[in-house]
Ligand binder design. Structure first.
Ligand SMILES: [Mn+2]
Length: 398
């Protein structure tokens, strides 16, 4: 009888109550929790962290958020949350947290080596994620398929919970709070929805129109019962003004400055094609002054490049993958979008044929991801980019 009641309460929940309680009790038994975002923190990782910070704060658990992004550009809503930059090892080291909570990543290449060491040394490691790459721990569960039947919800009790069928990490956080019967307030709903829309727009699962202030889900999203349920529930808590604001912030093209517009046009002019035309790419060389003026790799520029890669796939119909090369701090990086969901196979091919070790510094999803090299010497960066582009024969068979 008791079990039946339980089932009814948690109908349509993807996280079981027992799983949520397992994580919750570990968090609540901690003196201090460091919530860690992935490198080049985006809205999904940050807003997941912020929602978890707020939850813990309400429970009387001390926490802070470790992230890697220009705070001023993020235009976060007003909050008392303590943010620490991930390269501020002094500040991080001063205050030893006894629990680490990773949000929106489980692969070690998505955080800097200092943070990785802290994670490896931590006695209590917890995670909420929607990526498929669990390198950081052995103690995890990965739910790969949407589960619609209440009696099939997985009754796991792991510390690291991954639902790779979820469309954002904020959706996983939502399911966690929902399973605890926690009352999600308007602010948290805003944060969680914003993270979901941000990740979905990168995968073209929603279309944001900053001019009309509307957000439209794609067919793929509306047909995914679980994902769309989270989307609908969160959106339902927001005012029209809030939805407008998210649409505007996410639709970067509608809010670009003059300088950003000029940069975007330059990207178009500088786009090249590989020998067999299967790769469309643009190189923003290391130490490029315009890139530096725009603030280098940050939340705005990475969104501009993201939108441009999608545009490249439209403009170059023969291209199977679109790549941007750019400097990110002391690294030179590539970000790629593939047309046919085979990006990780391409990365593996690069590793196996020409650039041994390439995949160690690369990762992502089958349709988008990136890699990096630890140099900013313009010549070495250019050589690296050329080498990658010359692996275009991988796409001969497609
Ligand atoms: Mn994400």
């Amino acid at each position: 009888m008791k079990i039946n009641n339980n089932m009814q309460n948690f109908r349509a929940n993807k996280m079981s109550e027992i799983q949520a309680r397992t994580i919750d009790s570990k968090l609540k038994n901690s003196k201090k929790v460091d919530i860690i975002c992935h490198e080049s923190s985006d809205r999904d990782t940050l807003n997941s962290a912020l929602a978890m910070w707020e939850y813990l704060n309400n429970q009387g658990v001390s926490a802070r958020v470790i992230m890697d992004q220009n705070l001023n550009l993020l235009k976060l809503r007003k909050t008392n949350c303590e943010f620490v930059q991930s390269d501020d090892s002094e500040k991080i080291g001063q205050d030893k947290a006894d629990c680490i909570l990773c949000v929106d990543f489980s692969a070690k290449d998505r955080i800097n080596p200092y943070i990785l060491r802290r994670i490896k040394n931590s006695k209590k490691l917890i995670g909420l994620d929607h990526h498929k790459d669990p390198d950081i721990t052995d103690n995890f569960i990965n739910i790969t398929k949407p589960i619609e039947d209440a009696d099939k919800i997985i009754q796991s009790k792991t510390n690291y919970y991954i639902d790779s069928s979820a469309k954002s990490a904020t959706s996983v956080v939502y399911r966690f709070l929902e399973a605890l019967n926690y009352n999600i307030n308007k602010n948290t709903a805003y944060d969680l929805f914003y993270g979901l829309v941000d990740d979905c727009s990168k995968k073209r699962l929603v279309k944001c129109d900053g001019v009309s202030g509307t957000i439209t889900p794609s067919k793929e999203l509306t047909e995914d019962k679980n994902a769309f349920e989270v989307y609908t529930k969160l959106k339902g808590q927001l005012s029209e003004r809030e939805i407008k604001r998210i649409a505007k912030n996410t639709d970067i093209l509608s809010s670009m400055t003059k300088q950003e517009k000029a940069f975007y046009e330059k990207l178009k002019q500088n786009t090249k094609q590989s020998k067999n035309k299967k790769i469309a790419y643009v190189e923003i060389e290391a130490n490029n002054p315009t890139w530096e003026k725009l603030g280098g790799d940050n939340t705005r520029t990475s969104r501009i490049l993201n939108v441009y890669r999608q545009k490249m796939l439209e403009d170059y119909p023969e291209a199977k993958v679109a790549i941007c090369f750019y400097q990110a701090g002391s690294n030179y990086r590539l970000s790629a979008h593939s047309r046919d969901k085979n990006l990780l196979d391409f990365f593996k091919y690069i590793d196996e044929t020409k650039m041994k070790g390439f995949s160690e510094n690369s990762g992502g999803h089958q349709d988008r991801g990136g890699g990096k090299i630890a140099t900013t010497d313009p010549q070495s960066c250019h050589k690296w980019a050329e080498e990658i582009v010359s692996c275009d024969d991988f796409y001969d068979k497609y």
